[in-house]
Design a protein. Structure first.
Length: 463
């Protein structure tokens, strides 16, 4: 366990603990906490390097394993304490919510114990426990709150019904919505990915719960199912506030599943195949576009694949563009730009508004986001990093964008946390550094030139 990984784990826990407590309340110290986490994440990104070390990957020495188990176990215990100490926002009955919190806390402790055991197979059992806890608690909040009082759920439910009838979600009006009534503010694949939950089981949240589990499996696979990656996947499933994410039908799992699949394929040297899940993520929510400059300058993906991703996303969105371009632009562009600031959103924008009455001009917000994006691009061009470093930069850019936005809630910060866990898993999946053997002295009289290959050795160009 490197100091970088330990710092990432602590930053993740602080971020998710703050986000859990923030629903739905504004506190200046929550914003200050977010800013502190953002500083740490940006520093982690700036100081990243393209190493090939793996935290506990194939190293069979016991000391590194013990250090890793101790760090992850400590964070899992912090997660358990957070579930018990903080009451997440929910509409379910208090007794049901208490059972959900207790189940997640117990699962976190059990996973910590299993990951610490040296016996083969206990890591896989730990992931099974986390999956079971996630699925069980998701089912409890979906059943316990059959009609949450939030516009996102109403919109996704009725969008799924409309698609089943061949209607565009951008031409619908939402009946009974407590918030937005005349716009589908997301890109269409948010509805496409969640609709099966409505069609098959009556509620889009079943699809979101399934996407959450699928994402965790992709995270573990990115780390080649090694214990650090299994721990990262378990943390994703047992995150503080995860029950609120599912209950409120927040849509970030539709983005993170695409980014996790992209990371897995890139880690397996299948960069062209990785275009597909990244295009799906881009066709799901608008802010994924902020990540395109980063992957475009990253040598292992590059500009051509990024342009192909943009083109593929355009094809995925095209049916709704053809069905009604004015409706599409109204819902996904105009509505998003015209959304009023919500004073209970914990961002620098709302902190300035709540404390001084001043609203940041849109140009200033754009400059701040553009500034961190430019920093990321320049840094990536001058100091190439591996997949963990790139994912950390993605988390940093989205976190800063959240902080200067008019509205950002638990779900947006959860996505940032998911990218940090994905970075941990990617680091675990990297091959450990191999020291180059010392050069053997040439025999006197031997011709200089290319040395003969050892029997059975691969050619220098073999991969």
């Amino acid at each position: 366990m490197t100091r970088r990984s330990a710092t990432t784990l602590l930053a993740w826990w602080v971020l998710l603990a703050l986000a859990t407590h923030s629903v739905v309340r504004y506190r200046w110290w929550l914003v200050a906490g977010y800013v502190a986490v953002a500083v740490v994440v940006v520093l982690l990104a700036v100081t990243g390097r393209d190493d090939r070390s793996a935290d506990g990957g194939t190293d069979r020495r016991s000391a590194p394993r013990r250090r890793w188990a101790g760090a992850v176990g400590g964070v899992l215990l912090l997660v358990a304490a957070t579930h018990l100490a903080l009451t997440p926002f929910s509409y379910v009955a208090p007794s049901t919510l208490l059972a959900v919190r207790a189940a997640l806390a117990v699962a976190a402790v059990l996973v910590a114990v299993l990951l610490a055991l040296p016996r083969r197979g206990t890591g896989a059992v730990a992931l099974v426990v986390a999956v079971a806890a996630s699925a069980g608690t998701s089912a409890a909040v979906v059943v316990g709150d059959p009609a949450p009082h939030i516009d996102v759920w109403v919109i996704l439910q009725q969008a799924a019904d409309g698609m089943a009838q061949g209607r565009s979600m951008y031409a619908q009006v939402w009946r009974g919505s407590p918030g937005i009534t005349d716009a589908f503010a997301y890109l269409p694949w948010t509805a496409v990915l969640t609709a099966p939950g409505r069609w098959l089981a009556g509620d889009v949240r079943w699809a979101l719960a399934g996407l959450l589990v699928l994402t965790a499996l992709l995270v573990a696979a990115t780390g080649r199912w090694r214990r650090p990656a299994l721990g990262a996947a378990a943390l994703l499933l047992l995150s503080p506030g995860t029950s609120t994410l599912v209950e409120q039908a927040w849509t970030e799992p539709t983005v993170l599943v695409g980014l996790a699949a992209w990371a897995l394929l890139v880690s397996r040297e299948r960069a062209w195949w990785a275009v597909v899940p990244l295009a799906v993520a881009l066709a799901s929510k608008q802010h994924v576009v902020l990540l395109l400059p980063l992957v475009a300058v990253w040598p292992r993906f590059g500009l051509r694949r990024t342009l192909a991703t943009a083109g593929a996303a355009g094809l995925l969105v095209a049916p709704w563009l053809v069905a009604g371009l004015p409706d599409f632009l109204h819902d996904t562009v105009s509505t998003m730009l015209e959304l009023p600031p919500l004073r209970f959103a914990d961002t620098l924008y709302t902190a300035l508004l709540n404390e001084t009455g001043v609203q940041l001009p849109f140009a200033v917000v754009g400059l701040l986001i553009g500034g961190v994006l430019l920093l990321a691009v320049v840094r990536l061009r001058r100091h190439p990093v591996g997949l963990p470093g790139l994912l950390t930069w993605c988390a940093a850019v989205l976190l800063v964008a959240n902080l200067v936005n008019k509205q950002a809630f638990y779900n947006q910060y959860w996505l940032v946390g998911g990218l940090l866990l994905e970075a941990l898993a990617a680091r675990a999946g990297q091959a450990p550094a191999v020291s180059a053997p010392a050069a053997r002295p040439r025999r006197p009289g031997r011709r200089a030139g290319r040395p003969a290959a050892a029997p059975g050795a691969p050619s220098p160009s073999a991969r």
